[in-house]
Unconditional design. Structure first.
Length: 331
C-alpha cells in the first residue's frame, strides 16, 4: 500500500462503527467518522486522531461534504432497532435508509471515491431457499417482508447499479446477530433489546421462570457472532479494499457463525452459567413480529476467500457481555 490512505466510516459512532474505527486506526490508517449523532451522545469516546464529522447523510449536500477526502467508505449508517422498534417505526426505517442511500451513492461519485463497503443485513435472507444459505442464494430469495431487511436489500441494489453505471467498486457484508458488551437499546421494554442482552438481563435480575418473547424458542435459530470477531472481519475486508484486491472486488460476504443454536438452547446456556441454581423453567409470550424464524448461514466463502472465522465461543462471549451488564447495573 503506497502512502497513508483515508477510510471514512458512516455510522461511525454506533455500536459496530465505533469499534471498526478504533481497530482500523490501530492498523495505522487515517480515519474519518461521519454520523448524525456525536460520539458523546452514544457513549463512545473516539481516540485522538480520529476525525469526527457531524452530518445528516439523508441530505445530498451534507453527504457530499461529509464524504470529502475519503479513499474508501465503510457504510454502516442505518436506521435500525430491535423487533419492537422495527414494528413500530416501519415508515421511518424505510424512509430514512432509502434517503441515506439515495444521497450517499451520488456523493461517492461526486467525491471520486472508488470503493464502498456496504453493510447489508442477515435480514435480507428472511425467506431463504434452503438452510444453511450461502451468498449465492441471494438471487433465489423471496424479498423480505421485514421493512429493515427490504431497505438493506435496496442498498445492495444501489451497489450493483452504481457499479454498472458509474464503475463504483463495492463489497457487501451481511452481519449475523452480533452481540457483546456495550449494546444499548432503542427503548426501555424487554422487546427493545436484542435477544442476548435481554435474556442475560432477565436472568441476572432474577426473573423466574425465564420469559421468551416472539417466535417459539424451540424452533427459532440464530448464528451468534461476537462483536470483536465481526469487527475483525470488517477490518480485513476494508484493508483488502484499500489494496483493490480482487478477492473482495464486487463481492458479498456473510459475516456470521456456522455454529448456530435455538433461542431455547441459548436460554438454557445463559441459565446454566448465570442463573440462581433453580431448575430451568420458561414461558413464552407471543408478540407481533416480522422476522426470520430460522437463521442458519454458511460462511465457507469468507473463510476460504479471506481466512476469517469466528474466534470467540458463545460461552466466552456471554461471560464478557454479562460482566458488562453487571458493571453497568452497579454504576
Amino acid at each position: 500500500m503506497s502512502g497513508r490512505k483515508t477510510i471514512l466510516i458512516t455510522g461511525g459512532t454506533g455500536y459496530v462503527g465505533s469499534r471498526v474505527a478504533e481497530a482500523l486506526q490501530k492498523r495505522g490508517h487515517k480515519i474519518i467518522v461521519v454520523d448524525i449523532a456525536t460520539p458523546e451522545s452514544r457513549g463512545a469516546i473516539a481516540s485522538p486522531g480520529i476525525e469526527f464529522r457531524q452530518h445528516d447523510l439523508r441530505s445530498p449536500a451534507e453527504a457530499i461534504e461529509g464524504l470529502r477526502g475519503a479513499d474508501i467508505v465503510v457504510h454502516l449508517a442505518a436506521d435500525i432497532g430491535s423487533m419492537t422498534y422495527m414494528r413500530e417505526h416501519q415508515a421511518e426505517i424505510l424512509t430514512n435508509n432509502a434517503l441515506i442511500d439515495s444521497a450517499l451513492y451520488p456523493a461517492l461519485i461526486a467525491n471520486n471515491i472508488p470503493w464502498i463497503i456496504y453493510s447489508s443485513s442477515s435480514m435480507v435472507f428472511q425467506h431463504p431457499p434452503k438452510f444453511p444459505y450461502t451468498e449465492a442464494d441471494i438471487t433465489k430469495i423471496h424479498p423480505p417482508s421485514n421493512i429493515y431487511g427490504f431497505a438493506k436489500l435496496i442498498g445492495e441494489y444501489f451497489c450493483h447499479s452504481y457499479n454498472k453505471q458509474h464503475g463504483l467498486s463495492y463489497t457487501i457484508i451481511r452481519y449475523h446477530n452480533i452481540y457483546g458488551p456495550g449494546e444499548d437499546s432503542k427503548g426501555v421494554s424487554p422487546g427493545d433489546i436484542h435477544v442476548i442482552p435481554a435474556l442475560l438481563e432477565k436472568v441476572i435480575t432474577g426473573q423466574y421462570p425465564l420469559q421468551f418473547l416472539g417466535d417459539p424458542p424451540e424452533k427459532a435459530t440464530r448464528p451468534f457472532v461476537y462483536v470483536d470477531d465481526a469487527v475483525e472481519a470488517t477490518v480485513e475486508i476494508a484493508e483488502r479494499a484499500l489494496r483493490a484486491e480482487k478477492s473482495v472486488l464486487n463481492e458479498d460476504f456473510n459475516i456470521g457463525n456456522d455454529t448456530y443454536c435455538t433461542i431455547l438452547e441459548l436460554g438454557k446456556i445463559i441459565w446454566k452459567f448465570f442463573g440462581d441454581g433453580r431448575e430451568f423453567k420458561y414461558t413464552v409470550v407471543s408478540i407481533p413480529s416480522d422476522t426470520a424464524l430460522r437463521r442458519e448461514v454458511d460462511i465457507t466463502k469468507i473463510r476460504e476467500r479471506i481466512g476469517w472465522k469466528p474466534k470467540t465461543s458463545l460461552e466466552d462471549g456471554l461471560a464478557k457481555t454479562a460482566s458488562w451488564l453487571k458493571a453497568r447495573a452497579r454504576a
